[in-house]
Design a protein around this ligand. Sequence first.
Ligand code: CTP
Length: 449
Amino acid sequence: MTKVITYGTFDLFHEGHYKLLQRAKALGDYLVVGVTTEGYDRARGKLNVVDSLMTRIENVRKSGFADEIVIEETVGQKISDIKKYNIDIFAIGSDWVGHFDHMSEYCKVVYLERTKGVSSTMLRNQNFKIQRIGIIGSGRIAGRFLMESKSVSGVSTQGVYNPHLESGRKFAEKYEIDCYATREALYDNTDLIYVASPHETHYEYAKDALLHKKHVLCEKPFVLEAGQAEELFQIARANRLVLFEGIKTAYCPGFNKLIDIACSGMIGNLRYIDACFTKLESETSRELTDTEYGGSFLELGSYCLLPVIKLFGKEYEKIEFESMYDQRGLDIFTKASLKCKKGLATVTCGLGVKSEGRLLIAGTEGYIVAEAPWWKTTYFEVRFEDPSKVEKYSERFLGDGLRYEISDWLNQINGNPKNEFKLTRSESIAIVGILQKFLEGEHRKGFPE
Ligand code: CTP
């Protein structure tokens, strides 16, 4: 008996898939089909798969050609599958010519001509029109966003608006996009808006874009008052628009795995969270020269508060801030201590003090540690009283990680809300509430008279 194997995502099952399976089956007597998991596709940068794994498997099954369907979970699995299932022929579409030649050591490798004029990417683009993104603001993060948006199929960054025309123009030239002199022109030419302007302008810009019926992704810190956050979400809801806060950690696969494990009971009941993020910045950076809205807590607090809010909830009984200031009155180091119903938390942020950036989640039976840069989680350990018992977890984090929030934002705009739980409206509002408390509170005493 000749056994054949082939692999694919088989998203939005189409004629090309059908014909590929038909010809693969015809190469032998028994066909094994490997279907990729969502996690594997995400890890290799394929972020906009529409159909669930079950739907894709079901579609392959319905083709009638597969004698056996297996799950493809990791890179490198193909060779062990070939050995495991005693495969004689590995077949794949001609878009992969040359790529799998090394596997001829294990079995015959056959590249089958691709069916012309159809692909999942094409169908996704037909079903969901390409969304044109406009950026408000042209600082460092806007550049990173633009590069990351290129990894997300279904969006194209069209142009930028900056009230300082010269800055906008330079940015547009560098990234070869349009520069708009007015927000009206930006709205006329785009579908989605990414707000990457200075913190204190987020509210005004996000509101204006929403009122112009644009979906909005707003950089953190979202806004500076909880009431403003509530209002923006209300406008979005009333107009059926998707408003996301861009705390990239929230959408990062490794961080989501960490939260799942923290909630799983593996370390017992959660009692303490310690989140620290420090980043030494130059004296001339915006973070350390904007005496009104610079400083460490506004800059980094959202990242550190995220695990606290997600795991201990939105309510707290007590919160205290301690800060160290520079000569301009900016907090270069801030520690916030929270007493929540479920446990205690400390959140430490520094722009002028360097410390071990770490996320620690302690429970009644063990603890989780993720070292810096835990806000781009790729690795963490679960440890217990017995030091020899350590569980290790790793997850890929591609590029600057903004691609994950862009793709979740886009999926929700395209009517697929299954990722909304990663950063809910009420979690965003709660984080803003704590930033507001910090802004209104004692920290102002650091300002020179
Ligand atoms: N395939 C094919 N003809 C097409 C499209 C795909 O023969 N027109 C083959 C691929 O070469 C591969 C298998 O079908 O062997 C599964 O491909 P998959 O990546 O799932 O489909 P694509 O349509 O290529 O998906 P995408 O556009 O997301 O890359």
